[in-house]
Design a protein around this ligand. Structure first.
Ligand SMILES: *Cc1c(COP(=O)(O)O)cnc(C)c1O
Length: 390
């Protein structure tokens, strides 16, 4: 029998998805009204223990709204990571603001030491505002990404943000379910520590609504504003009066139906991903030149994406690994190209990007779906034992 294709990360829809979506269709509530949307918002809010949640079309739209709610304007600058998916940064440009790119640390998340250094050495804190010495512009916010379901160093980042009066928007699009086990933020979920947090339910994320997103916050005024802006900024339902420019960003009842079935399974997905992660980790320890990147010890991660570090002494390099795996019907990919090196960001300010470059050249993401079987994981490991240059 020929080997079946093993994808990187695909949806797992074996729960009540069909039942709930069928109900949405039978009741004819398929658009941005309908009971599932509010229901899904409350389920997410109670799962992550936030004061509320506002659904949206996708994570990118959620980040756009969050920046707007945090009053980032076209005059401002926002500190962002360079090692991430571009959707974490594009919304800064939608607003007309400018990003400043920060390096990652050894957890692949924003380097909080470099962040602190940058604020201290390259900026001036004056009348409650952090001013960039280079551009004289006001740095108003930080977008922190919790990479692959790990947790960025929120203790340090929140401390820096308080000191310099910066808003913190958590791009927790990859990290729903991740929370602190100890420290100041013990029990707090990724996305609920900063001013606002955003989750994504894209098809490749740990839970999916096809496409979809959710904004969370513990500030009820922010949530009200997020809802207002995401629903065309309508101030009167009957007469259709609008007090500002809004967006058509609300989730549909169909998407929410899927989401309700998925949230019921989220803890199971995390459990499976944990088991597969631990399996890979143990097996790759026996193969010289390979190392699974760790999740932090003081958190319960959601184990969304697995990052395998290909050391220089492994027999083939990153690109050869990807090609070889493809020939064996195993999908893999290099970690994202740095955002500061993408064409639209060529002129943007960067601060000491070093580690991100190294990790970019060594990391490969390997199959991690929540329906990946033990046999599939074993097959992936076997492929790494006899690598060939293709
Ligand atoms: C997936 C993702 C997004 C965007 O979410 P969408 O729902 O696809 O718009 C943003 N940032 C990061 C880091 C992501 O991984």
């Amino acid at each position: 029998m020929s080997q079946k294709f093993i994808p990187l990360s695909v949806p797992n829809l074996k729960g009540k998805e069909l039942e709930y979506v069928t109900q949405a269709i039978e009741t004819e509530w398929v658009s941005t009204g309908g009971p599932y949307i509010n229901d899904f918002e409350s389920k997410i809010a109670s799962y992550v223990k936030s004061k509320g949640a506002v659904s949206c079309q996708n994570g990118t739209a959620g980040l756009h709204i969050a920046l707007d709610v945090c009053e980032v304007t076209s005059k401002d600058e926002v500190i962002v990571p360079t090692l991430t998916f571009i959707a974490a940064v594009n919304p800064v440009k939608y607003i007309g603001a400018e990003p400043i790119f920060m390096d990652c640390d050894d957890s692949l998340n924003m380097d909080s030491t470099k962040l602190r250094e940058f604020c201290e050495d390259q900026c001036t804190f004056f009348e409650g505002k952090l001013i960039n010495n280079l551009t004289k512009k006001h740095i108003k916010a930080i977008v922190v990404v919790h990479v692959f379901g790990n947790m960025a160093d929120m203790e340090a980042i929140m401390d820096i943000a308080k000191k310099y009066n910066l808003k913190v928007i958590e791009d927790a699009t990859e990290a729903i379910g991740t929370y602190y086990l100890s420290g100041n933020y013990k029990g707090r979920f990724a996305g609920t520590i900063g001013d606002m947090g955003v989750y994504s339910f894209n098809g490749n994320k740990i839970m999916t609504t096809g496409g979809g997103g959710m904004i969370v916050s513990n500030n009820l005024d922010y949530l009200d504003r997020a809802k207002h802006l995401s629903t065309q900024a309508k101030s009167d339902e009957l007469y259709y009066t609008h007090d500002e420019i809004g967006y058509n960003y609300r989730m549909t009842n169909l998407q929410a139906a899927l989401g309700l079935a998925q949230i019921e399974k989220l803890e199971d997905f995390i459990q499976t991903k944990k088991e597969n992660y631990e399996f890979y980790k143990e097996k790759f320890e026996e193969i010289p030149g390979l190392k699974m990147m760790n999740f932090k010890e003081n958190i319960r991660p959601n184990y969304w994406f697995y990052a395998l570090y290909i050391e220089d002494d492994y027999s083939i390099n990153r690109d050869q690994v990807i090609k070889y795996l493809a020939s064996k019907k195993v999908q893999s990919r290099p970690i994202w190209g740095l955002i500061s090196e993408q064409k639209p960001y060529a002129g943007s300010q960067v601060h000491k990007i070093e580690k991100a470059k190294e990790y970019l050249n060594h990391i490969v993401n390997i199959p991690c779906s929540s329906n990946l079987s033990k046999e599939d994981a074993e097959y992936v490991v076997q492929c790494f034992k006899r690598p060939e240059v293709i």
